[in-house]
Design a protein around this ligand. Structure first.
Ligand code: AMP
Ligand code: ZN
Ligand code: ZN
Length: 409
């Protein structure tokens, strides 16, 4: 069945909304402050709209700029949300994975625990602090990292993450913020959905449950884009809708147990997941790399020899001396008897593989219309927001040449 043909009328209606939005005259005074609203939909792989009924996202694509963006290494939630927020590669902002071993503290650190409050956990300057340091206001609703004091600052409005609020409720938070009296409207709003990541993990890519989640998100966005028009600054709002990484299916057939391959007396610790961290005794490292490379289904690197395009490995204190990147869809175990897989799909694979890529929609007065941009790495989001808000970026790894074509000349 061709989904797209069945939704033509809804799509046409929305397209009208977006076209009038994008066609709104850019304020006559060029110096008038613009506004930015960024939504991250966790795990929203770039090709999901092709398999789902998504009239709102389809309309958004026509009304503005579209591209598939690729994540920073490793393709996991916190390293990437914080790369988008700071413009820095995870190797530079320090959140090198959702879980890592801190050799200085001699302890595992997890983003899903109080560890996030430890000193120097987060490096760099997140965009909400850059904006507020320069006199603008940021309201950040559950973007990973936004509830933490970083460099002694936090956004004017923030909240701890909880999955409970419905997506309609979250949309209402943003609508409320943008419909205040003009002087109280925040210049930067960022918000977050934990879906479709959770459904994709549980049920697999293109499963009916994941498709239902994507369509639910799309209908929430339809509501959001209709209601946000009530904002007195609507004509000056730039919208970005994106994600942190993609997703790919796993299978029991694609598993490799390292336990049976390595001399376990030489293994100091493992940091399971994808990528898979392996700390071995220094004198065993060469031999371990030789064994692992012969095993196949993975790429094995000495920490300091990871190819430059991954921008990973300089944090000796947080990255194991061997880093293993499983081939797409493969699961690495280190156990005498691995348990059955708990997930149908996962991320954390090669960030240059298309399955890890995600959507990027941008529309509003600063953006070109109906324009497909060249793919770029997601840490450039920081520079995009600085440009839209007219603020000076802190040092970051973004490159203007990778993003400049999305803006009106
Ligand atoms: P993962 O799939 O392991 O990369 O993590 C994604 C999950 O992280 C989501 O399903 C959320 O439930 C959870 N999550 C997102 N933001 C936060 C946060 N600030 N604190 C704790 N958990 C979070
Ligand atoms: Zn994620
Ligand atoms: Zn996930």
């Amino acid at each position: 069945m061709n989904y797209k043909s069945t939704i033509l009328s809804a799509s046409a209606l929305l397209l009208g909304v977006f076209y009038s939005m994008a066609a709104s005259p850019v304020p006559s005074d060029d110096n008038q402050q613009q506004y930015v609203i960024v939504l991250s939909m966790d795990g929203f792989r770039h090709d999901l709209p092709e398999h789902c009924n998504t009239p709102t996202l389809d309309s958004l694509k026509k009304a503005g700029v579209y591209t598939d963006v690729y994540p920073s290494f490793p393709a996991n939630t916190f390293p990437n949300h914080y790369a988008m927020a700071t413009g820095l590669y995870p190797d530079h902002h320090g959140v090198v994975n959702n879980t890592f071993y801190d050799k200085r503290a001699k302890a595992f650190r997890s983003v899903f625990s109080k560890d996030v409050l430890t000193e120097n956990f987060w490096g760099g300057e997140p965009i909400w602090n850059t904006a507020e340091r320069q006199g603008l206001t940021a309201n950040i609703f559950m973007w990973p990292g936004s509830d933490i004091l970083i460099g002694g600052h936090r956004p004017s409005k923030w909240m701890h993450y909880t999955p409970e609020p419905s997506y309609r409720e979250r949309a209402d938070w943003v609508i409320e913020a943008m419909t205040r009296p003009e002087e109280e409207i925040p210049h930067l709003v960022m918000w977050y959905f934990e879906e479709p990541d959770a459904s994709l993990h549980h049920h697999g890519v293109f499963s009916k449950e994941s498709i239902a989640q994507v369509e639910h998100i799309d209908s929430t966005l339809c509501y959001f884009f209709r209601e946000i028009r009530r904002s007195p600054v609507f004509d000056r709002i730039n919208f970005i809708v994106t994600a942190d990484h993609g997703m790919t299916n796993l299978s029991e057939e694609h598993r490799l147990n390292l336990y049976n391959l390595l001399d376990t007396t030489q293994v100091i610790r493992t940091v399971p997941g994808s990528p898979f961290g392996l700390e071995v005794k220094p004198e065993y490292r060469k031999e371990a790399l030789r064994i692992l490379r012969r095993a196949g289904h993975l790429t094995a690197w000495a920490r300091e020899q990871i190819p430059a395009r991954y921008h990973y490995g300089s944090r000796e204190d947080r990255i194991t001396n061997i880093v293993l990147l499983p081939d797409l869809g493969w699961t690495l175990d280190y156990s005498p008897a691995p348990a059955p897989l708990k997930k149908a799909a996962a991320h954390g694979f090669d960030n240059y593989n298309p399955d890890m890529h995600m959507v990027f929609f941008a529309s509003g007065p600063a953006f070109r219309r109906d324009y497909v941009h060249k793919s770029f790495q997601n840490n450039n989001l920081y520079l995009i927001i600085c440009h839209l808000l007219g603020i000076e970026p802190a040092p970051n790894d973004g490159e203007w040449k990778n993003i400049r074509k999305m803006f009106h000349e």
